[in-house]
Design a protein around this ligand. Structure first.
Ligand code: GLC
Length: 465
């Protein structure tokens, strides 16, 4: 198995070495690109840097830290009153930007169960994830068809999942002592996956975060980012998280980004550091069809980011698969979140959904990876993607599928169910009629592939409703 994989790994590695970072492209140029919203207005180097990410389509988000010991929401469950927890809805955040309770519909439930301040900030002393096996998590990601992992290195509560020389509030102070970011980075790379880190600028533990302007705190943040980008080899991505409403000057992002690009010229960065960065990050909702601006929806298996116990239901497989298909159809990525247990393992129910998606992808992956969304815009019964001479219809409700489909100005030469029989079709100026045998429909998402006479790239997006 390993032997056959070696040449592929070499090719990927070679491609990565040959790719981005044009000779005269400086960190200043990269910072300029980061301030531009539309993909087509960015430099070609900035566009190329995103190639692997756009092709990958599916990644794993990991929200995990000592909060799992209390089976409570990461950071948000920290109760700032030293009381019984009954004042939870008055719980004032030390960051005045988030006092409105509108961030998400389920946001209020993130406070429950509330964990008193002095308990929350000491959970790390009992954090001993004895079953943690980074290779196993990477293998689970890989077999579920995910192509990259984004791990929470530091969440709003300020705890560091690595051994940082700039704070004691980190893994080294736990009885476990091991560097979880380091182990995960290594395992991801070994499994052929890209590795990225989530880093929250909000920090409800560091004393300097209370002092505005954040001059001193920003220095701490820059030091930590430097540490993360030098100690662990290639870091492919940074997912900042401070809320898009903050001005980049708050975080001195100009200085920060230039350091980042200097250390990791090929890195891609999300839009939560006061500038558009490389991509947008709709959260707990599927992004809207958009071919001009890259986007990635981050979704959860439970409605929560971190682990909330076995009594909390996990969404059904069909719904999770639909997230992936809907993102691809809207021309975006899906970052599916797991909240590992305090033991370090992924909840077996979440892994079950992942592996079933992986099975579906084994058969239908060509309709997802490396494709672009459209030409048919997402609709009630399904979505479409395209690549080269193929248009894929990804249909979860065959009965509701509109017939005929709106016309396209390319001749169709064949239609078939992926991994199944040919589909009879008629093409005219009025549209395309497909006769799909209901017996061939998949129980989850059926993929119909139409082969065109030329590339599908030139077909303009078509509205369906
Ligand atoms: C939000 C939340 C946070 C979560 C993140 C994921 O900003 O504050 O808990 O990590 O979204 O996108």
């Amino acid at each position: 198995m390993m032997k056959t994989e070696l040449p592929i790994a070499c090719v990927i590695c070679l491609a990565a070495c040959l790719a981005p970072a044009a000779v005269n492209y400086t960190p200043e140029d990269a910072w300029k690109d980061a301030q531009i919203e539309l993909r087509s207005e960015k430099s070609t180097t900035a566009q190329r840097r995103m190639d692997w990410w756009r092709d990958a389509r599916f990644g794993m988000f990991i929200h995990w830290n000592p909060s799992s010991v209390a089976v409570s929401e990461i950071s948000w469950s920290k109760q700032f009153y030293d009381d019984t927890g009954e004042l939870m809805l008055d719980n004032p955040r030390p960051d005045d930007g988030v006092s409105g309770l509108k961030e998400h519909t389920n946001w209020i439930s993130w406070f429950k169960p509330p964990v008193p301040n002095e308990v929350y900030d000491n959970l790390y002393k009992s954090f001993y994830p004895g079953m943690f096996d980074a290779d196993q998590i990477a293998a689970q990601a890989r077999s579920s068809g995910m192509k990259y992992i984004v791990m929470v290195a530091k969440h709003h509560d300020g705890f560091c999942m690595w051994n940082s020389q700039y704070t004691d509030f980190d893994m080294e102070s736990t009885p476990f002592k091991r560097d979880l970011v380091g182990e995960m980075a290594k395992a991801a790379r070994k499994a052929g996956l890209k590795f990225g880190i989530y880093y929250s600028q909000r920090d409800w533990h560091h004393p300097d975060y209370r002092v505005k302007p954040l001059t001193k705190y920003n220095e701490y943040m820059r030091n930590q980012i430097k540490e993360l980008l030098t100690e662990y080899g290639d870091i492919s991505l940074i997912f900042f998280d401070a809320g898009a409403w903050k001005d980049w000057k708050t975080w001195e992002s100009d200085e920060l980004f230039k350091i980042i690009y200097k250390l990791q010229p090929n890195i891609v960065i999300n839009n939560r550091c006061g500038v558009p960065g490389d991509y947008s990050t709709p959260e707990q909702k599927i992004g809207i069809f958009n071919t001009q601006r890259d986007w990635e929806s981050c979704m959860t298996f439970t409605g929560f980011w971190s682990w909330h116990g076995f009594q909390t239901p996990v969404k059904p497989y069909e719904e999770c698969l639909k997230y992936l298909v809907s993102c691809a159809g809207g021309d975006g990525n899906l970052l599916m979140n797991v909240g590992p247990l305090p033991t370090g393992q992924i909840d077996p129910r979440e892994n079950d959904r992942m592996q079933r998606i992986g099975k579906w992808l084994e058969k239908n992956g060509q309709a997802i990876y490396g494709t672009r969304g459209g030409p048919y815009k997402p609709t009630k019964w399904g979505v479409s993607t395209h690549k080269d001479i193929y248009v894929y219809l990804l249909v979860w409700d065959l009965q509701a599928m509109k017939s005929p489909l709106p016309a396209i100005d390319k001749t169709i030469t064949a239609a078939e169910i992926l991994g199944g029989d040919a589909v009879a079709f008629e093409q005219s100026e009025q549209g395309i009629s497909l006769s799909v045998d209901p017996a061939q429909a998949a129980p989850d998402v059926t993929v119909i592939r139409m082969t065109l006479e030329g590339s599908a790239d030139s077909i303009e997006p078509i509205s369906m409703d």
